[in-house]
Write a protein that binds this ligand. Structure first.
Ligand code: OGA
Ligand code: MN
Length: 292
């Protein structure tokens, strides 16, 4: 059964119609996975999807990322992470709270988990509590952006490794935030600056707010190149801004899409459920570890 798709942007992203992810069959997933490889971002509206179904869906893409315990054995122990300004007590975190500052660090263009030993293939976000206005998530196609990038800039990036660290993106928002243990748990990681999709053969720029240097390049020159490259692929023509409705599900390819949160009225609660799936060798990860 072919999926019913409509484009949401000229260069990437589709809305998938007439499907409930809760009732997904193996054949249905095969079509979704194919659309994911080709279109980089999938939107599903009006989904009835609880945490257990969210977890089951994520597992179809690969191994679930669990930052609390990378060696977790029992499924039952996995709690679906939320991206939210709601505190444990159910109140809304103050704008100057470290919790809110961390959300503000998500407003820098990034892909998820480039600072982990294994970066993310995808993030499956579900809108649980949405704001009246604003609070959109923006997505930029680093595949189309890379395809259009001038050769001079591409040549500076090809065959290079970028160094990533979690504390780097946090330090751009708050020095205090960047010092927290959770942002300093993992040593820096290097990834190639271009990710080739093994299914389609398409290349995409692979950089993020966590990237702070280019190996073998002078510090200043490297960070300038990172800014320029991110600036190029996040120009308005490559960006889709998603205005959340409750029960939206967005699934995107971290290898080919950058994303960022955008501000909202911080007195309003906003909550998204988020499960990242780690990339694997079938996703082209091994080729990202070194220049060969
Ligand atoms: C994330 C993220 C953006 C948002 O969940 O990884 O960056 O809009 N979220 O909350
Ligand atoms: Mn993110």
């Amino acid at each position: 059964m072919a999926l019913s798709l409509t484009a949401i942007h000229e260069r990437f992203g589709v809305e998938v119609h007439d499907i409930q992810l809760a009732g997904l069959t193996d054949e249905g997933f095969a079509d979704i996975r194919d659309a994911f490889e080709r279109h980089s971002l999938l939107l599903f509206r009006n989904q009835t999807i609880d945490d257990a179904t969210h977890i089951a869906l994520a597992k179809r893409f690969g191994a679930i990322e669990n930052r609390q315990d990378m060696t977790l054995k029992a499924d039952a122990d996995f709690k679906v992470p939320t991206v939210s300004n709601l505190t444990k007590n159910g109140t809304v975190a103050d704008e100057s709270d470290l919790q809110t500052l961390n959300l503000k660090a998500n407003m820098l263009w990034h892909c998820d988990s480039t600072f982990l030993p294994i970066p993310a293939l995808t993030n499956i976000l579900i809108a649980r509590t949405v704001t009246k206005e604003k609070g959109h998530t923006e997505f930029a196609t680093s595949r189309a952006g890379w395809a259009d990038m001038p050769e001079v800039m591409k040549n500076k990036l090809r065959g290079r490794m970028a160094r990533h660290h979690y504390a780097h993106s946090r330090a751009r928002i708050s020095e205090e935030l960047s010092k927290l243990p959770e942002f300093n748990k993992w040593p820096e990681r290097s990834w190639k600056t271009v990710w080739t999709n093994p299914v389609t053969g398409d290349e995409a720029l692979y950089l993020a707010s966590h990237a702070f240097a280019i190996e073998g390049m002078d510090a200043e020159e490297g960070s300038q190149l990172i800014d320029e490259a991110l600036g190029f692929v996040t120009q308005p023509e490559y960006v889709y801004a998603h205005a959340w409705r409750e029960d939206d599900v967005v699934i995107w390819d971290q290898r080919a899409v950058l994303h960022r949160a955008t501000p909202w009225n911080y007195n309003e609660p906003r909550k998204l459920s988020s499960i990242c799936v780690s990339a694997s060798s079938e996703d082209g990860l091994d080729l990202m570890r070194s220049i060969g």
